[in-house]
Design a protein around this ligand. Structure first.
Ligand code: USQ
Length: 394
């Protein structure tokens, strides 16, 4: 398979690139270093330094003999997006600069992924809207104009559904109204501007599916945790980037770092906020199996990409228990919630369809958490407590 990964330098993009590459697929990654640059601009440290994307591709080639082609560019520029389909693309690194042809699969991670970032102020809100919507629109038109058979796998988010007082279906809902029935996208109600852009992305691609018979899979993913994947375990220079700050760090990754430096776990508000979670290794499986079992022409296929649900309190208690067993004095603190969200609510999402195509879940066991503690401990000296909580208010 010829696979194009947009956002190939990110937390999920780089591990995905290695996962496809080692399984024999032709991989091209594209990134504009948004995440690294934003971390520098906002002065939020990562747990450890990571090589540039071109250095990573070189290291990968030295270790495995495989080629991951690298393009450095901003995909809000339609010409850069289109060059990935026409062959006029310029590679920042590749073994030979031959064009592998139009991609059969595009995995779209090239978005500003942080809810707090999108609400720092109006400029960050604008950036998030512009980046996420233009990139998605440029992708949709490139596929429409050059390669309608290409399967688009777009990362959506469970946060698009919000926390409704009814069960959450996988993407669609049948509604009976005044004696007639029809099938609609499940109601969406985001609780950040970032999540709102993901709803808008879905709407854009749903339009493309209806108009031009595009093939789209939308993966409604919950917050991801974890560091190591099978491929990064080969060499620590291949590890994915890891954020633990308030802006780019997700809850469980943050809690483990906090536990290691004796910083009270930052539960926001009452801590009853319940979400669906998954291990980074399951993101890779889900994306891979989706690519191998593509959506048909004119199909918007939606999978809820979570493996189990926890409240913030439950996660804090788990980290406290495992941390204490490892000798850490883990404390939990309830901070006034900087976000506007329900802190006690009904939450019952359906998540069956990825299991049906063969995903085998990695659950959040004590061993998994201990593995994360062991890696974080190695970089304890790098951890900056000043970036853990600044209080970006909604
Ligand atoms: N939370 C805390 N304490 C913290 C951090 C978070 O209590 O220190 C709470 C939040 O208030 C929220 C929940 O934990 O209720 C999850 O927060 P998060 O920061 O881990 O995740 P979120 O902002 O929802 O966003 C993350 C990713 C995003 C992805 C989303 C999936 O950054 O890219 O789309 O998870 S979902 O949450 O299902 O929408």
């Amino acid at each position: 398979m010829n696979v194009l990964i947009l956002g190939g330098d990110g937390y999920l993009g780089w591990p995905t690139a290695m996962y496809f590459s080692i399984r024999g697929h032709q991989v091209t990654v594209v990134d504009n270093y948004f995440r690294r640059n934003a971390c520098t601009e906002l002065d939020v440290g990562m747990l450890y330094p990571i090589p540039t994307l071109t250095q990573r591709a070189r290291i990968w080639h030295e270790l495995t003999g495989k080629e991951i082609k690298v393009v450095i560019g901003d995909l809000t520029d339609p010409e850069i997006m289109r060059s990935l389909f026409t062959g006029s693309v310029e590679y920042a690194w590749s073994l030979d600069s031959s064009f592998p042809g139009v991609p059969e699969t595009v995995i779209h991670y090239a978005e500003q992924p942080s809810a707090p970032y999108s609400l720092i102020n109006y400029r960050y809100a604008n950036f998030t809207l512009r980046n996420n919507l233009l990139t998605t629109n440029n992708l949709m038109f490139a596929v429409r104009d050059f390669s309608r058979q290409t399967h688009i796998i777009k990362l959506g988010t469970m946060g698009e559904y919000g926390t409704p007082n009814i069960d959450i279906e996988e993407g669609w809902i049948e509604i009976e109204h005044k004696g007639r029935r029809d099938r609609f996208l499940f109601p969406r109600q985001a609780s950040s501007l970032y999540h709102t852009t993901k709803i808008m992305d879905t709407d854009l691609l749903w339009f493309g599916v209806r108009m031009w018979d595009l093939r789209v899979t939308d993966l409604m993913q919950g917050p991801v945790y974890g560091i190591e994947t099978e491929e990064s375990a080969m060499d620590e220079r291949l590890r994915t980037l890891f954020n633990y700050d308030e802006i780019f760090g997700t809850i469980l990754n943050r809690f483990i770092v906090q536990a290691v430096v004796d910083y009270p776990l930052t539960v926001y508000g009452k801590g009853g906020q319940t979400r669906g979670y998954l291990n980074i290794n399951d993101t890779l499986q889900c994306v891979y199996l989706s690519a191998q079992n593509p959506a048909g022409p004119g199909e918007l296929r939606i999978f809820n990409q979570i493996m189990e649900t926890f409240s913030a309190n439950e996660l804090a208690e788990k980290v406290q228990r495992v941390g204490r067993a490892l000798g850490y004095n883990v404390r939990i603190e309830h901070l006034p919630n900087p976000r506007k969200e329900a802190e006690e609510h009904y939450y019952n999402p359906t998540y069956q369809r990825l299991l049906e195509i063969g995903v085998v879940p990695h659950y959040l066991t004590d061993e998994v958490m201990e593995g994360m503690f062991r890696i974080v401990e190695k970089y304890k000296e790098n951890i900056r407590t000043d970036v853990i909580f600044r209080g970006i208010h909604w």
